[in-house]
Write a protein of this length. Structure first.
Length: 322
């Protein structure tokens, strides 16, 4: 694993952790650990490295395992996901290890998992599928390409908002429309069924390699375990370091902006959670296609050009609930 080094655009403030000692587990699946409290309670799953270059979550999970912090109720599954992509991380080109063949977080429909198609990411998803499908509560820890305050992605149904409020970590609670390129893990099965008690959150902890993202990942992990009734608050309180936001707001995505070609460009500053004040303001252009703000105070959700290619979502547009 390469050490943190200069990058032409981003400063790598945190180094990737060495997780080699965590490979062998008690589940028979590499890098997936399960702990039974011996008491009744929920099955909680926490995951990092959905993308191989987003390792603030791996730092948080490694910290948890190294300190032997175990659930006080139910079961806890601790999973490092796309470890093969992560093994290729190179600080000189940190974006290249996002995945190997395809995005691990777009393959979670039954049709794709049960189909004949093969890829490195599909093989890993098929290994982790039984754990995901047993989880009552799921936390998927991510980070973002561009600088932005943390975002809690609450999926496509409002039932997850109450859990996000109990966790309390992010000011912005995102209700979105899913991903046009494929089903995410956090939207799989009962997680996306309003009638199911199963709950899932995906946290975007900040820019991939900023120091603050590590602290956000750790505190979100600990507060999630409390919110899921896996651990009492007094057991995690001494380890918390990030102040909670003074308020939380629901941000609803209304539409994705998907590149048609590599000529796509932004016409407004590319600022995460930036607000375009006036409806009709040109936001982006791709050839003759111009996207305009569909309403006043349109919010830019995770804009980026790093992974620009036809079919990719370059930004999502949303607005805050009143």
């Amino acid at each position: 694993m390469a050490e943190a080094a200069p990058h032409p655009k981003y400063r790598l403030e945190i180094a990737p952790p060495d997780i080699g000692a965590l490979r062998v587990s008690n589940t028979g699946v590499d890098y997936v650990h399960e702990f039974d409290s011996g008491r009744s309670g929920p099955t909680v799953m926490v995951q990092a490295l959905t993308h191989g270059n987003e390792y603030c979550g791996a730092l948080a999970l490694s910290w948890l395992l190294e300190r032997h912090i175990a659930p006080r109720a139910g079961r806890l599954i601790v999973a490092f996901a796309n470890v093969d992509a992560y093994a290729r991380f190179d600080a000189r080109d940190p974006d290249a290890s996002r995945f190997i063949d395809e995005d691990y977080n777009r393959v979670w429909s039954d049709e794709v998992l049960g189909g004949r198609r093969d890829s490195a990411e599909l093989r890993r998803a098929r290994q982790l599928r039984p754990f995901v499908d047993r989880a009552d509560f799921l936390l998927d820890i991510h980070s973002m390409q561009e600088p932005c305050r943390p975002i809690m992605v609450c999926g496509m149904v409002d039932k997850h908002l109450a859990l996000a409020c109990r966790v309390g970590m992010s000011e912005d609670l995102l209700i979105d429309t899913g991903h046009p390129m494929g089903l995410r893990m956090r939207d799989r099965g009962g997680f996306n069924d309003p009638a199911s008690p199963r709950l899932a959150l995906l946290v975007e902890c900040g820019q991939h390699w900023e120091r603050a993202a590590e602290a956000v990942a750790r505190d979100t992990l600990l507060r999630f375990l409390v919110a899921a009734a896996s651990m009492p608050f007094d057991a995690v309180a001494p380890h918390l370091s990030v102040p909670l936001p003074p308020r939380q707001r629901v941000l609803r995505v209304t539409e994705p902006v998907v590149a048609l070609s590599r000529d796509f460009r932004f016409l407004v500053p590319m600022v995460g959670l930036g607000v375009v004040a006036k409806a009709g303001t040109p936001i982006a252009q791709d050839g003759e296609r111009v996207w305009r703000a569909p309403y006043d105070d349109a919010v830019l959700v995770m804009p980026s050009l790093v992974h620009l290619r036809p079919g990719n979502t370059q930004v999502r547009l949303g607005r805050y609930d009143d």
